[in-house]
Design a protein around this ligand. Structure first.
Ligand code: SAM
Length: 283
């Protein structure tokens, strides 16, 4: 079995496979033994669990997870790594590889299989925010999701109102999930070391039923379209309603019409969008 903590061994395996590290796929392998164990324990794997792992690479997390759970499905784009994963884990009956770009494959897996119990991944930097955004938009209700992401992305996911990192992405993530940043990782935890610091975040679904979800998504995007504009002006520019109705709604909800969206909490913005939807049904 490959020593996953040794850059020299990883390099040797990659050379033997004739593989070059692909920067565009964010191939920075986790070589910190303590971090690998801590990430797997954050997943809280249980015997009956089905787990998805995004971007398994050479299998540094896979090898720890596989013995703990009922079924592991991994999503990997790199054909050379897929070959290695097949050779290393292919004999396990509880292991399956979904080959290709996870952004193109995950949704059909969800439609066919339903949500897994848990999702884990040391996510490639290039697709981390798009993937997390897509999971949140679809309100994928895996019980726990444990993602290693660039520190800046973790800050965007956990930002509070008024913070410079607070955006429509923050609101979407925080309405769909409870999010906590659980661990910070320095570049030296990876081989090769990336130029950025990383964080491990845990996401758990907010299971509350949210009516008019697609309206909320459209409304949130409109509310943050221009950060310099007030809530009122962003909504009017997007043609959501007319100014008289909007002013009445602000009055009823006790919201200052001159406020910017970034001042309201995700729950306040959700409630606002639900009232706006009810109001616009009367139009
Ligand atoms: N899990 C391994 C680890 O921690 O050492 C590898 C993590 S590495 C940061 C990201 C992994 O995601 C790589 O194996 C890369 O090939 C894979 N990957 C990158 N883009 C992908 C995509 N669009 N779909 C599926 N896998 C992708």
């Amino acid at each position: 079995m490959l020593n996953y903590n040794s850059p020299a061994e990883i390099r040797r395996v990659l050379d033997a496979l004739g593989l070059r590290l692909q920067k565009r796929w964010g191939q920075n392998f986790l070589i910190n033994r303590g971090a690998r164990r801590a990430i797997v324990s954050l997943v809280e794997p249980e015997e009956r669990d089905t787990v998805w792992e995004i971007g398994p690479g050479l299998g540094t997390l896979t090898v720890l997870l596989l013995p703990e759970i009922r079924f592991l499905q991994v999503f990997e784009i790199d054909r050379g790594l897929i070959r290695f994963l097949n050779e290393t884990f292919g004999d396990h009956k509880n292991f399956r590889i979904v080959a290709g770009d996870v952004m193109k494959t995950w949704k059909s897996c969800l439609d066919k299989q339903g949500p897994p119990d848990k999702i884990v991944g040391n996510l490639p930097y290039s697709s981390a925010s798009a993937l997390i955004g897509a999971l949140a938009e679809n309100r994928v209700a895996a019980k726990r999701m444990v993602f290693t992401v660039q520190r800046e992305l973790a800050q965007r996911m956990t930002a509070e109102p008024g913070n410079k990192n607070y955006s429509s992405f923050t609101v979407l993530c925080q309405v769909a999930y409870r999010i906590s940043e659980r661990m910070k990782l320095k570049p030296g935890s990876f081989f090769p070391p990336p130029e950025v610091h990383s964080s491990v975040v845990v996401l758990q679904p907010n299971t509350e039923v949210i009516p008019d979800w697609s309206f909320f998504l459209r409304c949130t995007r409109a509310l943050f379209r221009s950060r310099r504009k007030t809530m009122r002006n962003n909504l009017l520019a997007a043609g959501f309603t007319d100014s008289a109705r909007l002013d009445r709604l602000f009055g009823e909800l006790g919201i200052d019409p001159g406020v910017r969206s970034e001042r309201l909490t995700p729950q306040e913005l959700l409630r606002f969008s639900q009232r706006l939807k009810l109001d616009s049904e009367d139009l």
